[in-house]
Design a binder for this molecule. Sequence first.
Ligand code: BT5
Length: 328
Amino acid sequence: MMTSSLRETILQLFRETPNGFVSGAQISKTLGVSRTAVWKQIEALRELGYKIEAVPSRGYHLLEAPDLLSAEELRAGLDDSLIGSDIRVFEETDSTNAQAMVLGDTGAPEGLVVVADRQTAGKGRLGRRWLSPGGVNLYVSILLRPTVLPLEASQLTFLSAVAVCRTVAEVSGLQPTVKWPNDILLNGRKMAGLLNEMSSETDRVNHVVLGIGVNLNMPADQIPTQLRYPATSLAIEAGHPVSRLGFARSLLTQVDLLYRDYLENGARPVLSAWEAYCDWTGTMIEVDCQNLTIRGIMTGLDNDGALLVRTATGVERILAGDVRPVGS
Ligand code: BT5
């Protein structure tokens, strides 16, 4: 057994033991290693931030787990979930989306999840960068293989958006809103961004990667003021830190529920759920498209996820752009 899986098995034993005490003898028997080897693994877990006490004649007791995004901790609680059937965790990577796309190209299964503590080249849309410091936020990419047309796959951005909104509400009780096409806002500031990437042929999707970046515990002084849109984190808005692990687990569960529903009932339920989180419907907005700015009343989403805007000359269907409320 590799040392990391030895540690994962010890953590699993702690979780499965009702009174929380696991004796050294029990661990050494389960793992098939010496008591000294067990002690070394306990020390290694302590170094990772696990608080483990040793009580004579009772055994080891896990007092507190650090807010680490380990595959083992993430998988616990995702028993029947398609999403998270395989989880890869990087301490540092260029971009979880880039990693998931490569794994998708080499046949990784649907539901694969790539998570990183920090990204050195986190991607936004149109070649922009996503600020991805370590230890505070969540950077996750999910590989899907839906049997839909390439054109339809853009609807999946709205699935990620609804999953993030539901998770924010579940974890903090706060009510997020959405900004077309890929932003989640709290009190009008961006707290999460989504980037879907796809590999496809003319009439067939090979795979889609849902990229989700959520500002969880990033403090105000780590957020630059010169961003395209004012930004915040869940901790700033909630007034207390949030568990990255707890948030990540809920998020993967929500994506799983929504994706099953999407496969069964199509995109309309997810698009309607997104519309319910959007408080700009019926208000005047401006959309910066490639060469022009369109101004009008936002009326909702078309069935493919295009933004519908009523202008002086008729209803425009917008496929890509940056939206802002008029007056800001
Ligand atoms: C996005 O692009 O909002 C998509 C962000 C997707 C990030 C995730 S993290 C996991 C996965 N792996 C990746 O490599 N990417 C995905 P866009 O709408 O283009 O917004 C990018 C702009 O937001 C930047 O140009 C900045 O102005 C601003 N920005 C950068 N980092 C930010 C942050 N952490 N929070 C808020 N705004 C940020």
